[in-house]
Each structure stands twice: as C-alpha cells, then as structure tokens.
Design a protein around this ligand. Sequence first.
Ligand code: G6P
Length: 614
Amino acid sequence: MCGIIGYSGPQEAVSVLLDGLAHMEYRGYDSAGVAVEVDGVLRVAKKAGKLANLRAELEARPLPPSHVGIGHTRWATHGGPTDLNAHPHMSSDGRIALVHNGIVENHAAIRAALEERGVEFTSQTDSEVAAQLLGVELAARGDLAEALRACCRALQGAFTLVAIDAQDPGRVVAARRSSPLVVGVGDGENFVASDVAAFINHTRDAIELGQDQVVVITPDSVEITDFDGAPAQARPYRVEWDASTAEKGGYDWFMRKEIFEQPRAIADTLLGRHDERGQLTLDEVRIGPEELRRVDKIVVLACGTAFYAGMVAKYAIEHWTRVPCEVELASEFRYRDPIVDGRTLCITISQSGETMDTLMAIRYAREQGAKVIAICNTNGSTIPRESDAVIYTHAGPEIGVASTKGFTTQLVACYLLGLFLAQVRGTLYGDEIQRVTDELAMLPELVQQVLDGADDIYALARGMVHIEDFVFLGRHVGYPAALEGALKLKELAYLHAEGFAAGELKHGPIAIIDARTPVFVVVPPAGREQLHNKVVSNLQEVRARGAKTIVLAERGDTGVRPHADALIGLPRVSTLLQPVVAIVPLQLFACELATALGNDVDQPRNLAKSVTVE
Ligand code: G6P
C-alpha cells in the first residue's frame, strides 16, 4: 500500500517528488525517500517516519538539482519502519535505485540465490531483492527496460516497481503486477505514480497501465510493453477530480474507499503465506512448534471491531484445533485475575498495534508465562514488538476511524492462524487445510460480488434516514457479524443499534421490537440446515411483531424469501467464512446512512482511530 512516484522532465525533480509524495502520504507514512540522478551518479535521501522528516533532512542536506528521480512513501510489510528499510533501495554497484509497492512472495529464494553470487544486502526488505536483482540483470543485459522485464518475469507476488539507472539519464522505468500504476502525460515531462493524486497538480492526462506491463518514460515519450517486450496497449483517460478527491480515489470518504479496497486488502493479506514446502507460515516467529503443541488453552484479546474479529476466531480455532478458546475484551481481562499460565496461548488482534488496553493485557499475560501471537496491521508497532509471533494483515493504512478493511483482513488472518495452529498440532489433514486455503483465495472475488451490489444497499439506507433504532441478529459466526454491523451504525450514524445472538431473542430483546424497528438478520448458509432453520424461525418471530426484516442470506436461499422485507444476497461460502462477505453490506449501509444524515464519516464525533489511553 506504499505510494511511489517517478519523474522525468524540466522541473526540479526533488520538489516534484516531494509534492507527489505529500499527496500520497495517506498510502503510508512509516518512512519516505527520494533518489535523483546527478551527473551520472545516483543521490539518495531517506528517513524513517513521516514525510516531514525527509523534508527536514533535505533542508539540512539538500540534493543537487536534477531532472529525473523516484520517490516513495512506505507502509511497512517486510522489515520494520527504519531508515535502512526505507526506499529507494540501491543495487550493490550503485547503478540502480528502485522503489517498490506490494509484496514479493519469492523474495527469500531470490535473496539466497543472489547472496550465493556475492550480492550483499543492507536491509531486511523484500523490495531490496527487486533492486539487487534488477542490478544483476542490468549488468548482464545492458538495457534498463530489458533488465526490468527480466526481473519482473522472475518475481512472484504483487508489485509495482519504479527504477532509474545512473548511466541512463532521463529515463524512468516502471512495471506493475496486481499493484496500481498510472502514467501522467505532461507537456515535455512525464510521471509514473501509484495514483493520480501524485501528479494532478501538473497534468490531468493519465494512462492506466494494465496487468504485467512495463512502461519507460522520458520527458517526451511513453513506451509500454508487456513483460516479454511486445508493445502493449493501456487505457488513456482524463482526470476530472480535484486533489482531495483524488487522494480518496474518487470516493467522497476514505472509509468508502477502504470498503471498496477490501478485495485487494484481503488478497494482499493472503499473499506469501506458504514456504517452499507448501506449509503455512507466520510473518515473525519467536516461538517453537513444541511450545505450540503444549498449549492447552487459547485466549483471544482485543478491543472494538478487533474483538468481534476475535469472536469469529474462537469458532474457527476451536473447530480446527480442538483447543478450548476464549475471547475476551482486553479491558476486562486484566482486572479479573484470569487463569493464564505457561500453557496458555494468547492471540491478540489490533489494527493499530497501539491500543493501550490490548497492550496491557498481553503484557499481563506474558508476565504469567503465556505466549502471545499478534494479528496486526501496523508493522513495527508496539503490540507485535512485544509478542512472540506475528501475522500481519496487509490492509494498508486505514484512515477512516471506523474499521472496515481492517476487520475483514483480521478475519482472514484469524483463519490463517487457526489453520497454522491446526497444521502445527496435526488436528487437520493437509488436504483439509488446502480446502479452506482454496476457499480463502476465493474471498476477494466474492467480496467484489457483494460490492457490485452497492447501489441497492445505498437505496435501502437512504430510505431509512428517519429511523432511530436498529436491531441486528445472527447465530454462530453470524452473531459477531451482527454485532459489528450494529457497531458500524452506532459509530457513523450516531443511532441506537444493537446486535444480539438470535437465540437470545426470546430472552429479552424481542420486547424492544415493534413495527418501527428494522431488524437485520444474518442467515447462515443453507447447507448448515439446523443453524439455518433456527434463524429462519427467529425471522418469523420478529416479523410476527411487525418488524421490517432485512435479510442477508446466500443467493438462491429460497427459504428466507417469504420472511424478508428486503433481501441482500450473499455469495455462497462456508459458514465459518461467511462474516467476511456478510459484513460488507452492513458497512455500506452504515456509510451511506451516515452520509445521508450529513455526518462526518471519516472522523465520527467522540471517536479516535487509536485509543492509547485506558
Ligand atoms: C478504536 C477504533 C476502532 C478499533 C478499536 C481497536 O475504538 O475506533 O475502529 O476497532 O479502537 O483498535 P485496534 O487498533 O486495537 O484494532
């Protein structure tokens, strides 16, 4: 989710690059850097932290004037947010400077092969692997574009690369596979960048590169080929957005953009999870398999939306590992003298990695001898640093205060972790793990299908602007989905919304339901007959009290139709994975209703993105 830019033209390169990076800082702010070519030599400046740190560095030690360069603002994935891990990365011979966005899945194998040939690495990033490989290819082939194409053919995963060669002044080369890259076509100058926000102050003529394409820009030419060097077509268009809309990718809110980014965020979270033997792996492991096999209790600790992801994790982990699993609010856990010891495994989930209650809870658990595995979106933050193992969600920065892609990627990471534990403990066969892994791989496409139906959900939301109380029901993993749907509505629309376990309906909640109450019901897949039929009974019960039912059910589930005032079709998916697709309409609904009410969706009143006080 990093932001990258390349420039070739008459303007002073460093200031064009810094301006571009400023408009892409929402894509990541762990570090920033630029490289420019000056008299056949590459000059680099890079700094950990926000762009302001790089600006201060460049004011203290300015780079000489140049007319070609590349820049990067980083959202750390492999390697912590340090000066050394900041981009651009150089090849050992100093000829290449390269910036990268994405995840190189086979970085370990390429790194080992290059090290064998004597290449020395200076960072822990997967990105430096691309820089060093490009350097080696360039030395062998002599032409920068040819070398980049060879490099791309060797890399696996998702990546956008932008590079310059000290001995080839005026040329910037770039390539994309599954990560974004647009060309900005100026008058006597050209740009490449992760998105148009980076160059919108200079030109509105853009070209969107296709998959697996390489582009070479000079001040007055743009040449596009595929990875084999054959000329390729890309889509030219004119950007009509203003700068602030461009940063939001054309959406009115960052949150809406983040909802629509979920297919990509989920796909990125699933990338690079297997080693050479096909075994599932975590990102950082400071805990042995023996210890994981000794575990006799699992406790999931989290706050807010992450807690609801934890509730889903409990169902999956117990089902796959047969280890008793509790899930608890981090703020409650610490103050009740919980039973935790050396055989307890804590799983902590935190988008920010800085939530104080969560941090305190894991510190307490570790003091009692427990091991902690963190699921986190923020590389280098405190919670993963203080944990024994980490699995990072690769959602990219989440700017909307209400979590959306943070949540669905947490769910995906929970499934991966559940499968990992089942693999280590031998509670699932390899083919069972593979079956779930294959289904996980389908999720980006299934979430996209739900997003394609957004207009119907928006219409539903706009029809409910006068309503002040909402109820959400679900069973099994549909219950945390209902809770999260209600939370989204509270956070954004400031309305009374409650989620209940559908089975609890008759024990109280049904008393608040009348003809004015819309009731959202998450229906389990029809394949789980018992569970499904129970929820259908609950549907009938609320309908008998006059409530309006909004039913989220598998497409083709004809059994629910007679009981639904509005029906939201979900793609077919197994029960445990259903929250990933079921939450998306509820996010869209809350976002649209809050927009219709005139609320600030990105920064709802009274809320903070990261709660660093207890
Ligand atoms: C705040 C945010 C929520 C988030 C919760 C936990 O309340 O507004 O969106 O779910 O903190 O944050 P974490 O960063 O630990 O996931």
